[in-house]
Design a protein around this ligand. Sequence first.
Ligand code: SAM
Length: 329
Amino acid sequence: MSPNIDPYNREITYLRISVTDRCNLRCIYCTPVKDLKVLDHANILTYEEILKVIRAATDLRIKKVRLTGGEPLLRKNFMHLVESVCRIPQIEDVSITTNGVFLKEMAPELFEAGVRRINVSLDTLNPLKYKMITGRECFDAVWEGLQIAETAGFSPIKLNVVAMRGINDDELFQFADLSVRKPYHIRFIEYMPIGRDTHWTPEKYISSDEIRSRLETFAPLHKISRSIYDGPAERYRFKSAQGEIGLISALSHHFCPSCNRLRLTADGKLRPCLFADDEVDIKTPLRNGCSQEDLKSLLQQAIGRKPKRHHAEILEKGACLRPMSTIGG
Ligand code: SAM
């Protein structure tokens, strides 16, 4: 049997890596209500350690890597990691999830290194609301970064929008209109109760079905057939639009049967499922000088521990204990 097949016959080809738990923003859906703790630097995997894990993963036929965080562009010498990952021949696709604040400086060099796909978190098109959601006045920097990324040649540029009732759901039509005017893929993500101490409440949660029916009062949405790089998003487009709409229903229609991911946390734990706190420690063996074969067997252990499905649709606070920033969104 192929080394990357899990017990439920899913092929695991995608590694998402949180390269740091630190972030320059304090988004309400991501940051704990109180006591934001950050990892000691010594507990965060070094780039050399991350690269060792990726190389071992390629032996198990992992082909896609996403670098995320925390805010990945904030980590010192991030370009060194990006260039090294892009040079690994077996990795066919390197993507980044970022808040976009540093994109205007970094987009050209990221493109030059070989990254083609970026996801930028932008939950509002209103600069004042941006400050309310993220705690920082960075809307203009992100917007400028998006234009520079577009000019640099990134395609697709995906905008991640966490849909929150009473916070940004009054902007659905503005986002719909943006998808018509710009070649952006606007992806509405269901607000998930991640972490122990979150601002999440059932009232703020909006299902993808509701988002879709509200968007359809803007104009008819046409379904787009899926491509291998889609991940869990259901894709739609308005007639004559340059961009697209994506709906990511992690809670209402869980996409576990097609899950192809493994996550590596900032502190070196392999996490078989975003919502389950079961983890395989890879940092301790790495620091004890384990071999590439040992790393492969730890990766296989994590693949073997992928649950059939998550149970976070039971809408409770704290579907898992860790905050999103250490897991890597
Ligand atoms: N700093 C980067 C950024 O802002 O995109 C990467 C890390 S952030 C944790 C990655 C993604 O996680 C964000 O785009 C956001 O959509 C998602 N995210 C974080 N907390 C979430 C939550 N409670 N529900 C849904 N999505 C969440």
